[in-house]
Design a protein around this ligand. Structure first.
Ligand code: NAD
Ligand code: ADE
Length: 414
């Protein structure tokens, strides 16, 4: 059995964490039961690059229940829950992940799981897809299809599709309605605040919180921060989203202006260099900097390091930088996804829907092998609706059904 994790003695603790997550993931439990009976993934090797959390473990168990052999690496060097990784390794999953991987170890782990020659690849952020489209193209040729969990990964895959170099069909799980409307918004909204609180224990009420980006993630964060009593400022580059933020009641301004007044800055754009040297120079002493976007490029850590005269870890997950003018800034989770590095990521209840889409997308790829082209596809609406129906049912909520008369009325023009 091959694996590389931090400490196998953590496996028993990890199993309890997974049990806790499973208890809160009813949709995935239903799919796991179905997979156990029908074995839709029998003989399929899956390589997955995901945040190695208790929720990911429940997805992996579901894929294994379906008959798959799973190889797993982390989608961020700092997000792995080491107890969960150990528990999965003890259950026969090929896990190559530990918290605190160097960049080199991170990419080596991806290389290792890709070399297992998977038929299905599941990615969060696109580093596995990028590896298969550059250094491992021979392996990519044998892949039936892939999935992608997050907005940034979907952007990267669409760029490959535009260039005509995509080597296998991909299902953009991020684009399922039961994914981005819930995971990106409510999941990241709550878990980002959770990460900031676990790292700093600051009082949100009364703070000026600047949220960069008013997409699905930014909206969630802005609303949750306001709900806790913050005065929230939004920065945007898209006029429609900026207008939406204004009419949702937020202050909207340029980052240049917000930099002067913010107490806490949270980036959620999926873009690069959103907060840079020019902004640090204007910020107040004590400003807190956090990122919720996929990569650690939104707050320019490079700029911060270049202008700081000293740096120290003042608390777990909090790095203090002192500038020549004496101002102190506090970077959380080294500028990586604050919700996964300083807390546990999204709650199980929301990952239940995201990962139900992942499991059903994997099945869909196997069942449609040869039919799907080398394109980026959305999750089929039947899958999306089924996930919503199962989730509602698990919550004990029933909804009305269209009568024949109503259906005909909606379909007619008279
Ligand atoms: P989105 O496309 O819905 O929103 C991004 C927004 O940022 C857009 O409105 C865009 O106009 C804006 N933007 C781009 N550049 C900007 C700039 N320089 N200044 C201000 N605004 C700018 O994307 P999303 O689904 O909200 O995802 C955002 C990021 O969060 C992505 O990197 C995604 O992969 C990541 N994500 C993280 C988690 C997590 O657990 N932390 C979960 C889901 C998504
Ligand atoms: N992305 C955000 N939260 C997550 C979680 N709890 N598990 C896996 N991926 C995630």
């Amino acid at each position: 059995m091959s694996y590389k994790v931090k400490d196998m003695s953590l496996a028993e603790r990890g199993k309890k964490q997974i049990e806790w997550a499973r208890m809160h993931m009813p949709v995935l439990r239903i799919i796991a039961d179905e997979f156990s009976r029908e074995k839709p993934l029998k003989g399929i090797r899956i390589a997955a690059v995901l945040h190695v959390t208790k929720e990911t473990a429940v997805l992996v168990e579901t894929l294994v229940a379906g008959g798959a052999e799973v190889w797993l690496a982390a989608s961020n060097p700092l997000s792995t829950q080491d107890d969960v990784a150990a528990a999965l390794a003890s259950e026969g999953v090929h896990v190559y992940a530990w918290r605190g991987e160097t960049e080199e170890e991170y990419f080596n782990a991806i290389k290792t799981i890709a070399s297992a020659e998977p038929q299905i690849v599941i990615d969060d952020g696109g580093d596995l897809h990028a590896h298969l489209h550059s250094a491992a193209q021979e392996i990519a040729k044998k892949v039936f299809g892939g999935t992608e969990e997050t907005t940034t990964g979907v952007h990267r895959l669409k760029a490959m599709e535009r260039q005509g170099i995509l080597k296998y069909p991909v299902i953009a799980v991020n684009n399922a309605l039961t994914k981005f409307m819930f995971d990106n918004r409510y999941g990241t909204g709550q878990s980002t605040i959770d990460g900031i609180l676990r790292a700093t224990n600051i009082l949100i009420a009364g703070k000026i919180v600047v949220v960069a980006g008013y997409g699905w993630v930014g909206r969630g964060i802005a609303w949750r921060a306001r709900g806790m009593g913050a005065r929230v400022i939004v920065t945007e580059v898209d006029p429609i989203r900026a207008l939406e933020a204004v009419m949702d009641g937020f202050e909207v301004m340029k980052m240049d202006e917000a930099a002067e007044i913010g107490d806490v800055f949270i980036t959620a754009t999926g873009n690069i260099n959103v907060i840079t040297k020019a902004h640090f120079e204007k910020m107040k002493d004590g400003a807190i900097l956090a990122n919720a976007g996929h990569f650690d490029v939104e707050v320019s850590v490079k700029d911060l390091e270049s202008i700081a005269i000293s740096k120290r870890e003042i608390r777990d997950c909090v790095t203090e930088y002192v500038l020549p003018n004496g101002k102190r800034f506090y970077l959380l989770g080294r500028g990586r996804l604050v919700n996964l590095v300083c807390a546990e990521g999204h709650s199980s209840e929301v990952m239940d829907m995201s990962f139900a889409n992942q499991a059903l997308a994997a099945r869909y790829i196997v069942e449609n092998r040869g039919v799907l082209e080398r394109k980026v596809y959305n999750v089929p609406l039947e899958i999306d609706r089924r996930v919503a129906e199962l989730k509602l049912r698990s919550m004990g909520i029933e909804i009305d059904v269209l009568t024949d008369e109503q259906r005909k009325y909606l379909e007619s023009w008279i």
